[in-house]
Design a protein around this ligand. Structure first.
Ligand code: SAM
Length: 256
């Protein structure tokens, strides 16, 4: 067993790929100033385009990871999850738990008993070292293994009965389901597994926030505007919608 949890880097392979391509673009851009003729214009313009499209988000994603790994308190989702204190013995589901960075924090915050279940399809692209073994080991290292259970499962076919959970959390996951029908199916599944009156916490980067644009450049288009999620929540009968902007990362608190 490891003595430190391994939460991994978000999109590590993409970061490497983007930075390699970006540095090639930067080299072409600089080389453009050393030569003459039509090739000069071509190298400067195409090099600059590659820098903007690849190097900018490549470096931004490194900064973002460092920022998150240093646990900047501003992005503290757990402090926003008031239901964790209000409900006694809460049954909680974390959908897309990955290596457990958010799920284990929730489990640590449980003061009134309760149990946290986590599911994920364990996409390797999303987080380095993403696996069921990693999250289970992290739970042991963080001493929450007795109040956590992790298993394989997808947001669009959640492997639990109707009305099972007091609280469902889904952090930075739904944007990874690229097709709108899939997102709608996931929303229906989140609703189905919540108990009546239960709380859903849905967090995602907001496409038009300056913080996301600063970090990700054109890659901000991977994310949706917050109004998109609000509409989907309303269409799926969620009530009492509250939205809080946490430095560009938004958290919806809604109820079934
Ligand atoms: C950006 S990571 C966020 C992980 C975690 N929620 C956190 O806060 O650190 C996205 C996670 O969603 C998972 N994921 C993507 N599509 C999913 C789906 N359809 N069902 C369940 N998990 C999914 C990925 O495998 C990955 O672990």
């Amino acid at each position: 067993m490891e003595d430190k949890p391994k939460y991994g880097w978000y999109v590590k392979d993409l970061i490497i790929g983007f930075n390699i391509i970006g540095l090639i673009g930067l080299s072409a851009f600089i080389y453009g100033f050393l030569i003459d003729g039509i090739a000069q214009i071509f190298l400067i313009i195409s090099g600059l385009a590659v820098v903007l499209v690849f190097l900018w988000p490549g470096i931004g994603m490194i900064i973002l990871n460092l920022y998150l790994l240093r646990k900047i308190p501003k992005i503290d989702l757990i402090a926003r999850m008031k239901a964790l204190d209000e409900i006694s013995n809460p049954q909680i589901l974390d959908v897309g738990c990955g290596t457990g960075r958010t799920a284990i924090k929730i489990a640590k915050a449980l003061k009134n008993g309760g149990h946290l279940f986590g599911i994920d399809i364990y996409s390797k692209m999303a987080i380095s070292g993403n696996s069921l073994d990693t999250v289970q080991n992290n739970a042991i290292v963080e001493k929450v293994e007795e109040r956590t259970t992790f298993k394989n499962g997808s947001a669009i076919d959640i492997p639990f009965e109707n009305n099972s959970f007091d609280i469902v959390n889904v952090s930075s996951v739904l944007h990874e389901i690229h097709d709108p029908n899939g997102q709608d199916k996931a929303m229906k599944e989140l609703y189905r597994v919540l108990k009546p009156g239960g709380y859903l916490y849905l967090s995602e980067w907001n496409r038009t926030s300056w913080q996301l644009i600063a970090f990700s450049g054109l890659c901000c288009f991977v994310f949706k505007h917050k109004d998109y999620w609000e509409k989907l929540l309303k269409e799926n009968k969620f009530k009492n919608i509250i939205y809080e902007n946490i430095t560009g990362f938004g958290i919806f608190t809604v109820r079934k």
